[in-house]
Design a protein around this ligand. Structure first.
Ligand code: DOR
Ligand code: ZN
Ligand code: ZN
Length: 408
């Protein structure tokens, strides 16, 4: 008799199958085509599917001196609400996480986290400090973005990184010449990052690829140690939307329809989808802040896209859970026997309308306000515990820091 058994549809070996998934002591212990016996049994309804909780490798949770924009608490409640059970915390905070003391402080405030988390460390000429901490990943900006700190010498920072390096690829010298940040700003930076990767051959992850040229370049070189992500906003919005709504300012910027289409045409080759949740209040947006909230719309947008035939449910599972777990060596994550029971139940047939008023993020607005989406996350389980049901967060913060495979 298992602690908890889900009965219904779930993804297995590239397909969606019918059967049961058994949970014991917070772990997935058995997949079966038949019906397993459980202390508690949860039968999925029509249109419902069990999926692995999302691992979002790009999230700005603010807090510290920017608690009006977001806190670890509000941001991870938003994550859980959106079906995201693990977040990667971006270090361009105020103050930035780029010394040992601030890193330790960051770790401490994550006791308030509702989601499991990986802690990032900002690299910009502070190699000794970087080596003194054991961050789960490192982050470098090739050109200035929110926070303003960037690498004067990207290769030096990349060579130094004691773990996987996530890079914001926009070329500093070109940002000065072209403050609107057209595609060339990204493409040149991506080429430079790939040239460095060819020599240095260490784990590199290119954040938010937004241009057709940039994506082509990465796929052409095909380095096994280089991964990358695309964001929902670059998949669902364009420059046209920005021209109508200045709140949609983001770095890298929303692109032309042909770039957006190119991302979709090559979606099979995209290993990771990540939100780049970058909350700013409406007042901060009025002041020109770049960045968009995205945790509570990310999976629903993807489910809506599944309903429209743009990608399969298995694609979603790979890009939001399986690949992030594998690429970043998360020991207890993934969707197989023995892994954490981070599970969501989605209703593929449920239609709803995006209202930022219903969200947990402190941003207070959404790029997708008023959009009608088909597909919604209705339950979230973190390590076997129900933590969200029908928009309500349940229980206390119980997020834990991720464990890395052989300390990678
Ligand atoms: O638009 C952005 N906002 N791009 C970034 O790289 C950072 C982010 C933020 O932190 O607001
Ligand atoms: Zn970025
Ligand atoms: Zn970001």
């Amino acid at each position: 008799m298992f602690d908890l058994v889900f009965v219904g549809k779930f993804p297995y070996n590239g397909q969606v199958v019918e059967g049961s998934v058994a949970i014991e002591e917070g772990k997935i212990v058995r997949f079966s085509k038949g019906e397993l016996k459980g202390e508690k049994i949860l039968r999925l309804g029509r249109g419902q599917v069990l999926l692995p909780g999302m691992i979002d490798v790009h999230v700005h949770l603010r807090d510290f001196e920017e608690s009006h924009k977001e806190t670890v608490k509000s941001g991870t409640m938003a994550a859980i609400h959106g079906g995201i059970t693990t977040v990667f915390d971006m270090p361009n905070t105020r103050p930035p996480v780029m010394d040992e003391r601030t890193f330790r402080l960051r770790g401490r405030i994550f006791r308030r986290s509702y989601a499991d988390y990986a802690l990032g460390f900002l690299l910009a000429g502070n190699c000794e400090e970087a080596k003194a901490v054991k961050a789960d990943f490192y982050k470098a900006f090739m050109g200035a973005s929110t926070g303003g700190i960037f690498s004067e010498d990207f290769e030096a920072d990349y060579s130094c990184a004691p773990g996987p390096l996530h890079v914001h690829a926009e070329e500093a010298s070109l940002i000065i010449r072209f403050p609107e940040r057209p595609p060339i700003v990204e493409v040149v930076a991506i080429r430079k990052a790939l040239d460095a990767a060819e020599r240095i051959k260490k784990r590199l992850h290119i954040c938010h690829v937004s241009t057709a040229e940039g994506l082509k370049e990465i796929l052409k070189r095909g380095f096994s140690w280089v991964s990358f992500e695309v964001t929902p906003h670059h998949l669902f919005l364009t420059r046209r939307d920005y021209e109508r709504n200045p709140f949609l300012k983001v770095y890298p910027p929303l692109r032309d329809e042909k770039d957006r289409r190119f991302l979709w045409e090559h979606i099979k080759d995209v290993p990771v989808i990540a939100s780049d949740h970058a909350p700013h209040t409406p007042e901060d947006k009025e002041g020109g802040a770049a960045g968009l909230p995205g945790l509570e719309t990310e999976l629903a947008l993807l489910l809506d896209a599944v309903n429209r035939g743009l990608l399969t449910l298995w694609d979603v599972v790979e890009k939001t859970a399986l690949n992030p777990a594998r690429l970043f060596c998360l020991k207890t994550k993934g969707f197989s026997e023995g892994k954490d029971a981070d599970i969501i139940v989605v209703d593929l047939k449920r239609e709803w309308v995006v209202r930022a008023d219903d969200f947990y993020t402190k941003a207070g607005w959404s790029p997708y306000e008023g959009w009608r989406l088909k597909g919604k996350v209705i339950m979230t389980f973190l390590r076997g515990e129900l933590v969200m049901e029908e928009d309500e967060i349940i229980g206390r913060p119980r997020g834990e820091r991720v464990a890395k495979e052989n300390g990678a």
